[in-house]
Design a protein around this ligand. Structure first.
Ligand code: NAD
Length: 303
C-alpha cells in the first residue's frame, strides 16, 4: 500500500517555520508582516476561508486586516481600497477573496493589486514570471503541492507528470512548476479523450478536476506519486448521514497501486493557507529587502 502523504503535518511544519522567521525578523524590521484580506458580499464558503486566513495570520505573528464590503460595492470603490492597501506600508500581502459578485470583473481587480503584494500569485506579472521560469509569487495550492512533492521525489528531471485540470488557479500553475523542475509534463482537461492512457505513463499524477472518483486505480502507474487536489462534498455518505469530503481519486482502491498518495481531507487542503502565510512572509521580505530563505524547500529549478 501507498505511503500516506500527511498534509496536516506538512502544514504544521510550514506554519511553525513561518512563525519562527516572523519572530526573528519583525523586531529588527520594526514591523510584522501584514496581510489584508478583502471580502465582498457574504458567500458562506468565502466567509469561512477569510476567517481562517485572518486567524492563521495572527497565529503566525502577523498583522491581519480584514475588509468586508457589501455585496453592492462598485468597482471604483473596490479599486480605491486596493490602491490604499498598495500604498499602506503596514500591508505586505493583499488578497481579494474570489469569487466576486457578478458585477465586478475579477481580472480588473486582481491586476490592480501591486504584484509584489499579490500573495495569491494571480497577477499577470507573477503568472508571467512563473511561466518564464523566474522567481515569483506562486499560487498557494500548487506551491503547497510542489513543497510536498519535493520531499517525496529526489530528482524531478525526466520524470513524467500528468496534471488533470487546467484552471488558472491550480492546473496551469501546477503544470508550469513541474515544467520548471524539468519534468516531462502533460496536461489533461475535460476535452481530453485519452486520460487513462496518459495517466498510466505518469510518475507524478496531480488531479484537480473537481470530479469525485474520476481517477480509477487502473489509471495509476504502480508506484506513482498521486496528489489529489479535488475537494468534493458528497451528501449522506458518512456514517452519521452528513455530507463528507472526497477527492477526485478513488482513494481506497488507488492506495493499493500508488507509491504515495494524499488523502482528502488532510492532504493538499491544509497546505493552501499555510502557503498563503509563506507567500505573505516572502512578500514582506521582498518589500523590506530582507533575505528570503526557503521555508520547506525551494520552488525554483533544481540547477
Ligand atoms: P475549475 O472548475 O476551475 O477547473 C476544473 C478543471 O478540471 C478544468 O480544467 C476542467 O477542464 C477539468 N475537468 C473537469 N471535469 C473533468 C473531467 N471529467 N476530466 C478531466 N478534466 C476535467 O476548478 P479548480 O479551481 O481548478 O479546482 C479543482 C478542484 O480542486 C476542485 O474540486 C476544487 O474544490 C479543488 N481545490 C482545492 C484546493 C485545495 O486547497 N485543496 C484549492 C483549489 C481548488
Amino acid at each position: 500500500t501507498a505511503q500516506l502523504i500527511d498534509g496536516r503535518a506538512f502544514a504544521a511544519t510550514l506554519r511553525a517555520r513561518v512563525r519562527e522567521r516572523v519572530a526573528a525578523l519583525a523586531p529588527e524590521a520594526g514591523r510584522a508582516p501584514g496581510l489584508a484580506v478583502v471580502l465582498v458580499g457574504h458567500d458562506p464558503a468565502s466567509e469561512v476561508y477569510v476567517r481562517s486566513k485572518g486567524r492563521q495570520a495572527l497565529e503566525a505573528g502577523m498583522k491581519s486586516f480584514e475588509h468586508r464590503l457589501p455585496e453592492t460595492t462598485g468597482e471604483d470603490e473596490l479599486l480605491a481600497l486596493i490602491a490604499r492597501l498598495n500604498a499602506d506600508d503596514q500591508v505586505h500581502g493583499i488578497l481579494v477573496q474570489l469569487p466576486l459578485p457578478a458585477h465586478l470583473d475579477p481580472r480588473a481587480v486582481i491586476h490592480a493589486i501591486a504584484p509584489q503584494k499579490d500573495v495569491d500569485g494571480f497577477h499577470i506579472s507573477n503568472v508571467g514570471m512563473v511561466g518564464t521560469g523566474q522567481d515569483a509569487i506562486v499560487p498557494c495550492t500548487p506551491l503547497g503541492v510542489m513543497m510536498m512533492l519535493r520531499s517525496l521525489v529526489d530528482d524531478f528531471r525526466g520524470k513524467t507528470a500528468l496534471v488533470i485540470g487546467h484552471s488558472n488557479v491550480v492546473g496551469k500553475p501546477m503544470a508550469r512548476l513541474l515544467l520548471n523542475a524539468d519534468c516531462t509534463v502533460m496536461v489533461a482537461h475535460k476535452s481530453s479523450t485519452n486520460i487513462p492512457e496518459l495517466a498510466r505513463m505518469a510518475d507524478i499524477l496531480v488531479v484537480a478536476a473537481g470530479v469525485p472518483g474520476l481517477v480509477k486505480a487502473d489509471w495509476i502507474k504502480p508506484g506513482a506519486v498521486v496528489i489529489d487536489v479535488g475537494i468534493n462534498r458528497v451528501d449522506g455518505n458518512a456514517p452519521d448521514g452528513r455530507a463528507r469530503l472526497v477527492g477526485d481519486v478513488d482513494f481506497d482502491r488507488a492506495r493499493a497501486v500508488a507509491g504515495a498518495i494524499t488523502p482528502v481531507p488532510g492532504g493538499v487542503g491544509p497546505m493552501t493557507i499555510a502557503c498563503l502565510l509563506a507567500n505573505t512572509l516572502r512578500a514582506y521580505c521582498l518589500q523590506l529587502g530582507l533575505p528570503d530563505a526557503p521555508l520547506l524547500s525551494d520552488t525554483k529549478d533544481p540547477e
